[in-house]
Design a protein around this ligand. Structure first.
Ligand code: IPE
Ligand code: IPE
Ligand code: MG
Length: 242
């Protein structure tokens, strides 16, 4: 497996069970992310994508949103040294312009400093699969308008047309995940059985692993279970399989 993606869900319920504020659940979730990154590296996985904040999560209370943004900013600042020392490249996918200018700058600086790491941590922030696809279409259109794409005048290009410059590869190169292989396995914690707008394009042939464990409780035993389950899957990709 090259790429593991995780929908880190259940922080709120974890806190509620302990009569703690929701933000304490998110803090405990950040620790679970630290551990998971370590296990991924040990297992030889090259990419870990985590869903940290969706385009829909802005609907939450101002308190929770600002607490989460502070936590993210803290994560970025406090992790720099560790990520650099451990060869971890940091990358953010999502609608960055929604974030404060300060946070945008911190992200860009960390991405620059960690460039070239042999393990990549991708954080989905103000991320929605549909939003990403719409932004990719906008980028594609912009390329087309500037003449950066093969173009034949006076012709309506369709997918059937061999000359159409837009194929899946071209489209994927306009997504935030350009250059990152599709996820092999997507884990969702906390018992919810849905994607909630995560990696819609990229999940086309991903395997799924759902567990009732709440994200802050995600431990090595559960990680191993997910990997073992994945290794038993027959990924036919539309073909005839093993
Ligand atoms: C996931 O935990 C983290 C974020 C969405 C930011 P939740 O906050 O959704 O936790 P639950 O689902 O309410 O338990
Ligand atoms: C998905 O969890 C987003 C993240 C884990 C960041 P949500 O808790 O927001 O999803 P729903 O609302 O249960 O679908
Ligand atoms: Mg949730």
């Amino acid at each position: 497996m090259q790429h593991l993606a995780v929908i880190m869900d259940g922080n709120g319920r974890w806190a509620q069970k302990r009569h703690l504020p929701r933000l304490m659940g998110h803090r405990a979730g950040a620790d679970a992310l630290d551990r998971t990154m370590h296990w991924c590296k040990e297992a030889g996985i090259k990419y870990l994508t985590v869903y940290a904040f969706s385009t829909e999560n802005w609907k939450r209370s101002e308190d929770e949103v600002s607490g989460l943004m502070k936590l993210l900013s803290h994560f970025i600042k406090s992790k720099e040294k560790e990520l650099v020392e451990n060869g971890v490249a940091f990358r953010v996918i999502g609608r960055r312009t929604d974030l404060s200018e300060k946070l945008q700058k911190e992200i860009a600086a960390l991405e620059e400093k960690t460039k070239g790491g042999d393990f990549t941590l991708i954080v989905a922030l103000s991320y929605g699969g549909r939003d990403e696809i719409v932004r990719a279409a906008e980028r594609l259109f912009e390329k087309w308008r500037r003449g950066n794409m093969p173009r034949r005048e006076d012709q309506v290009l369709t997918r059937q047309d061999a000359a159409s410059p837009i194929d899946e590869q071209t489209f994927a190169s306009c997504l935030d995940t350009a250059g990152i292989p599709d996820p092999d396995l997507i884990i969702r914690t906390s018992g919810e059985l849905r994607l909630s707008n995560f990696l819609l394009w990229q999940a086309a042939y991903a395997e799924f692993y759902f567990t009732d464990v709440l994200w802050p409780d995600f431990d090595k035993a559960e990680f191993d279970k997910a990997i073992a389950s994945f290794s038993k899957r027959d990924r036919r990709m539309g073909g005839r399989g093993k």
